[in-house]
Design a protein around this ligand. Sequence first.
Ligand SMILES: Cc1ncc(COP(=O)(O)O)c(C=O)c1O
Length: 397
Amino acid sequence: MIWYPYQQMKTLRPPYKIVDADGVYLYTQDQKLIDSVSSWWCTIHGYKNPELTAAIQEQAGRFCHVMLGGLTHEPVQRLAKKLEEFLPGDLDYCFFSDSGSVAVEVALKMALQYNTNLGRRRPTVLALEHAYHGDTFRAMEVGDDEDYHFAFEQKRDVVHIPTELSALEDVFERCHDQLNCLIVEPLLQGAGGMRMYDISFLKRARQLCDQYDVLLIFDEVATGFGRTGNRFVADLVLPDILVLGKALTGGCIGHAVTVANRKVYQAFYSDDDRMALMHGPTFMGNALACAVALKGIEIFERENYMEKIRHIEEISRREMGGFSDPCIQEVRIMGGCTCVEVIDSSVLDGFQQFAYERGVFSRPFLKYMYSMVPYIIQEEELVKIFDTMKAWFHRPC
Ligand SMILES: Cc1ncc(COP(=O)(O)O)c(C=O)c1O
């Protein structure tokens, strides 16, 4: 049987069974639903995009996968080249992996070993309160092969701070010689509650990281490809390491990439094998994933997605900007993300089924009702999502 994610299986409501998906719509046997979640924020082009399907089919006609250990291939070479020109600054060195969580692990490994390779002991990672960077846990620790993991033996720890300048400055003042990196979901913390914060925090973080040679990591698994209204937050403040996933492959195949700048790459570049990055997921650089990512980026640029996202944000502000209710704590809007935070999670009990019956798929969590729509959504479809949200608060009790 299937063990579903984040679910108490004993009390699980049967999930809606999808029999087809097209554009922004999911189809069950008896309902047509606008997907307001973009399948956990990744299907930015919608479902069944003919160009993406063709890219996968064409590549599958050649081969689906070969490993990158001792082999390479054209789709992965082309994707690395494309990312080199598509991403800002000298974020040019692409390490591919199969999911966002793994790509974050790779970024953290890079930061730790960057320091080890420079002969420094810097065991601490600085992160944000309410951060979410994935679900992986201890795979390397239970392994027992010194040949793979020798570079990561030192004791490691994590310090969390709020997104406040004073906390940032204080921790750098006290601990800078212990910090190997600062990792953030820039501007928008997704799974931690769609929390939005100001760019000034990231600008100051960049200054402090420069001052103390601490690596700045942007986890843009959720925010990348336009979600905040910026192509990448990395276009505004340049990190040393950028992590992308989700929308990278348009939601067709799980894949991710950890992109390092020249400074980080150089610290691994050596005649000494022990300075190499010891990581290698089986499916890194999967040919189908690379082919569909290339096509997705082509569509993103050609169809001027940033303009579409600006339009989504405009409609979101018009429809939800001033919305209030005694049950609502706050409404937050940024780019292609709208979040209604309620005062108590019980306020949202039953909302998913309410939305289903009105033709919208929603997946509220904790105190958060939100939309993260595919960018191809039409105005009336987006308005229908917001009307459904508002109707929940206006319904007779
Ligand atoms: C910011 C961020 N980082 C990492 C991840 C993990 O990505 P994946 O689910 O592909 O492992 C997520 C997933 O939601 C995320 O939002």
